[in-house]
Design a protein around this ligand. Sequence first.
Ligand code: ZN
Ligand code: ZN
Length: 368
Amino acid sequence: MTSKPPLILINTLIFSFTALAALTLAPLHGILVGYQGETLVLALLLWAWNGLSITAGYHRLWSHKAYSAHPAVQWFLAIGGAMALQNSILHWASDHRRHHKFVDDDHKDPYSASRGFWYSHIGWMLRNYQGEPDYTNVRDLQKNPIVMFQHRHYGWLVLVTNVILPLACGALIGDLWGTLLMAGVVRLVAMHHGTFFINSLAHIWGTQPYSDKQSSRDNAVLALFTFGEGYHNFHHTFEHDWRNGIRWFHFDPTKWLIALLARFRLASGLREVPAERIETAKLQMQLKQSRAVAQDRELSEEWLHLLEQQYQSVTERMRDYYQAKQAGLEQTRRQLDASARARLKELKHCLREQQQQWLKLRQQLASA
Ligand SMILES: [Zn+2]
Ligand SMILES: [Zn+2]
């Protein structure tokens, strides 16, 4: 039997004591003393700052380079990220790039979901499974002075933001213990487990609309408290896209923040996967899933034939529509004439109709 790597005492103590205090002292203080409104608002604001620093900063900006950000924005995200206490940008991005490159590999993916919920959620941080850090995959980030400043001074940035800041705010509000517990401890624990759920639950619970080559899942419920990172199957399939929730109704506050920053020229170079590639990936997955259903139920060859036929039709309509749209986009600068606009509308209608038929066929097949 191979022995487990040594425990990382500091991580184990921090995770255990903060969680314990959040579950016992915080509610007890609420019952016995109560919290002031200002304390709760402050805790929420700090939670959002930390959360968005991880998602818009650590994740989409530094790990994936999905966009570029003004130095002022980078400082804001670097400090907020240190407060979230998830290690420095450099370390986090290095782990995360390995997670994408070797996803689900028991040894090379640092928080491989194939090693179970506990390991991918928190277990991987409690023992020294990885040995000495290897930053060879983040050489680009080593040239960024803000990233390196945060890395070198990570320890005291954590102390100032997690202890001195809540203490000072508590003194100002006149609710020292309440602020320490709510804006200090509860905010940190909520922040931690929100992020950890992306490594654990978002690889277990949800749908796989874009790819089943790895375990990641799309999950709208997780998106609600992870600042939009619940659309993890999309993210693993198109990792350099600045969005995770691509439809307008997908809850992705990180995407909205980046769009807002871009509007004020504080963010630029937003990388976006062409819609046709996304739709094609989705269609291929639908065909694969429907084929599997047909084979599972040993349905007739006729079903498979119908599926292939409809799949071809949707693919063709899609190609026509996106080609016309691309041509239209190139023309827009010179004003898209009325007939081209009408043609595009007609193609879109044809595509929608074909997609409806495709959906109907798959529904029939599912209940056959
Ligand atoms: Zn990622
Ligand atoms: Zn993942």
